[in-house]
Structures are given as structure tokens and as C-alpha cells.
Design a binder for this molecule. Structure first.
Ligand code: SF4
Ligand code: SF4
Ligand code: SF4
Length: 223
């Protein structure tokens, strides 16, 4: 089964664009092996589809253009002076081809960009343009995109784990603070109730004449 997934994946064009309604090319190959229609990769075109039909030994299918359009050989480019550093494009890029930090200008790593267009729509200031490149350059990025796609998934998982850990650290801190507060409150009560008890005992000793009044006043001050 996993061999079949890899054989089908090898025929997919590796844009990692998600147009087939799965997050990337290998996930689509997995869905095909599970029985999903194999005619949804419009960027791969009829040629890739025919090869997959032969691999699956099924009758020839026509591309389902509802999953289109095709993708030209292209890369994204950020118009630097307009970028507001919101990081939305970084989150959208399936192959981690965008560098930058919050509130700083972002850049596209052109050797990694597959031209998938996923960063275009989320940009709130419309400052990402597409530049045509030759087929060789486009192929170079796509040939290595699977590695960076996997890396991005791992990064996202780590980010999720980290934010989960941060969340539980914060929750624990909150809990610790509220316990501390309760202990503090209780200590205050304890101190005052002990003091009250001691005063009562001293007063009782005074009543029973076990202690003289001046000693009693001195002791009270020491409490
Ligand atoms: S290139 Fe895009 S549409 Fe084709 S399989 Fe890969 S992710 Fe899906
Ligand atoms: S930079 Fe944009 S176009 Fe290039 S791979 Fe990332 S999301 Fe796709
Ligand atoms: S989405 Fe647009 S504005 Fe936001 S960081 Fe990316 S390029 Fe800059």
C-alpha cells in the first residue's frame, strides 16, 4: 500500500497547492489509494492523470477542472515597501518558503517557492505578486518541495506542542498563584486567630489571677 502511495505521488507535480482538497501531494496520493477519484490534480494535467490511471489499472478519466486552475511556472515575490509584517503569508505557505518575523518585512526564498499561490489571498495589503520563471527553475523548487512540506508539518506540530506546553505552564502558574493566595489568606487568618487565642488565654490568666496586670500588658505587646 505505501509503495503504491509513493508510486502515485511520484507522478504528482509537487506544487503542494491543496487544490485537490487535500493538504498536499502525498496526502492526495494517500486519498487516491483509499479510493478517492484520481482526476483532481489540475496542475498535474491530463498527462499525470493518464499515468496514474495506468498505475491504478483503471479506465482513462478526464481532469475534473472544478479543482483548477492550472499553475504556471512562477514564484511569488513580496513588494517589500508595502509589507506590514503580519506573518499571514508564512502561515499559509506549505513549504516554509517565506522568511520574516512579526512586524518586520518578509521575503520569499525563491529556490523553495513552488508558485502554489497559497500566500496571495491571505495577504491583507495585497503586496505579493507572481513572477514568471522558466520551467527548469519551477521544477527545481517542486523537486524538493516534498521535503520542505514535511518539514513545515513537523514545524507546525512542534509549534502546536510548544503552545500547548506554554498554555499548561500558564495554567499551572495561575493555579500556583491562586493556591499561594489561598495559603496567604489562610496564614493571615491563622496568625490572627492564634493571636486572638493567645490574648484570650492571657485574659483568662488575668481573671484567674495567675498573672498581674502590668506583666499581662507587656506580654500582649509581644504578641
Ligand atoms: S499539485 Fe496540488 S492539486 Fe496536485 S496533488 Fe499536489 S497538492 Fe494536489
Ligand atoms: S511563497 Fe507563496 S507561492 Fe511560494 S510556495 Fe509559499 S505560499 Fe506558495
Ligand atoms: S501577508 Fe503580506 S503584509 Fe503580511 S507579512 Fe506577508 S507579505 Fe507582508
Amino acid at each position: 500500500m505505501s509503495d503504491l502511495i509513493e508510486i502515485i505521488n511520484a507522478e504528482l507535480p509537487q506544487f503542494q497547492c491543496g487544490r485537490c482538497d487535500t493538504p498536499g501531494c502525498r496526502p492526495y496520493a494517500e486519498e487516491i489509494v483509499k479510493g478517492s477519484p484520481h482526476n483532481r490534480c489540475v496542475p498535474g494535467g491530463q498527462e499525470a492523470l493518464d499515468k496514474i490511471s495506468i498505475i491504478l489499472k483503471t479506465e482513462a478519466l478526464m481532469l475534473d477542472n472544478a479543482y483548477g486552475p492550472e499553475i504556471k511556472p512562477q514564484i511569488a515575490n513580496i513588494i517589500e515597501e508595502d509589507c506590514i509584517g503580519c506573518t499571514k503569508c508564512i502561515d499559509a505557505c506549505p513549504v516554509d518558503a517565506i522568511s520574516g518575523s512579526a512586524n518586520l518585512m518578509h521575503n520569499i526564498i525563491s529556490d523553495l517557492c513552488t508558485g502554489c499561490e497559497l500566500c496571495i489571498e491571505p495577504c491583507p495589503v495585497d503586496c505579493i505578486e507572481l513572477l514568471e520563471v522558466d520551467e527548469d527553475q519551477a521544477l527545481m523548487s517542486r523537486n524538493q518541495s516534498e521535503y520542505f512540506f514535511d518539514l513545515k508539518i513537523e514545524l507546525n506540530q512542534r509549534k502546536k506542542k510548544k503552545s500547548k506546553m506554554n498554555k499548561s505552564i500558564l495554567e499551572n502558574l495561575d493555579l500556583a498563584q491562586s493556591i499561594n493566595q489561598k495559603l496567604k489568606n489562610r496564614n493571615i487568618d491563622k496568625t490572627s486567630s492564634i493571636k486572638k487565642l493567645q490574648l484570650e488565654m492571657l485574659d483568662a490568666q488575668k481573671t484567674e489571677k495567675f498573672i498581674n496586670i502590668s506583666d499581662l500588658e507587656i506580654l500582649k505587646k509581644q504578641l
